[in-house]
Design a protein around this ligand. Sequence first.
Ligand code: ACO
Length: 330
Amino acid sequence: MDSELRKAGVTGVGSYVPEKVVTNYDLEDIVDTSDEWIRSRTGIEERRIAKEDATTSDLAYKAAESALNDADLSPEELDLILVATVTPDMMFPSTGCLLQDRLGATNAAAFDLEAGCSGFVYSISVATQFVRTGAYDNVLVIGAETLSKIINWEDRNTCVLFGDGAGAAVVQPVESGGVLSTVLGADGSGGELLKMPAGGSKRPASLETVKENLHYIHMEGNSVFKFAVRAMGKGAMKALEKADLEKKDVDFLIPHQANIRIIDGAAKRLNLDNDDVFVNLDKYGNTSAASIPIALAEAAEAGRINSGDNVVIVGFGAGLTWAASVIEWS
Ligand code: ACO
């Protein structure tokens, strides 16, 4: 990266998950599935589900408070709030603006970024550009989802996979290390594989769209799986290359938590042992844009990442998209 630019790093992290636990056994009562199927095909054992009246910004707020606390930063000091989500509180205003108001971040600009489960890594990339160029000093990046609100609880192909939660990170200038590289990718030709078909300009909400279940997640799991395995490996390798690093330089991997078989594939590609890979998929399922920041916050809190470690974060998602970054933890 250009040496005249500043360095940007992650200076605080936080996360929040709703209290309600829904186990695979609970799902056996709802759809034709089994704990054995879900566990062996995905690695998921349970997930958290938000209360009926809880919004994505409610979850985001709690994660944001925790990350600001960790970075010892007040909301008034924020220059920008970026919320990565596919489940905004509403089409507009943005969840970022709702959060800006609730936090009292009166000096911050705010917007949402939609890149499916890659949204948090995309947002880290955006935040890094603002900080490195000197445009902004204090950026709050959040991945937050209430996927339970767009799940068809009668569709066993999707309802067993997802959960709710939020994770946040503060990005600021740092003296050394920090975000060493970010790489972003998209393949819009795969958009049909993972989508919420109605509610936008193509199929505005109507009685028909509701009757046809078009306001729910529709996914061709197997095709997304194949894309994910390729994208995770490719993404991580490109991010390393851009940071002038090799596989042997990676200390810790924080992959998007969608499926243990996809995670194992990425770890193998990087020659990493299980101890060097963070997995909390068993507890939370796939929380889309929230999955990497929740994992990052939990890994930091558990002391699994230490100052000077090269941490790779990598994800894939709707779009289709993929994204990866190497962060030298400080
Ligand atoms: N319980 C029992 N059986 C099931 C269930 C279930 N919950 N779901 C599907 N099945 C059945 C299918 O109907 C199929 O039966 P059939 O052979 O009689 O038709 C069989 O299991 C096998 O289905 P596959 O789709 O081939 O199973 P696969 O091994 O691919 O696993 C899975 C499915 C877990 C969805 C996998 O493909 C996957 O993880 N894909 C990636 C999905 C993903 O990560 N999506 C998130 C993207 S991120 C974002 O932006 C939101």
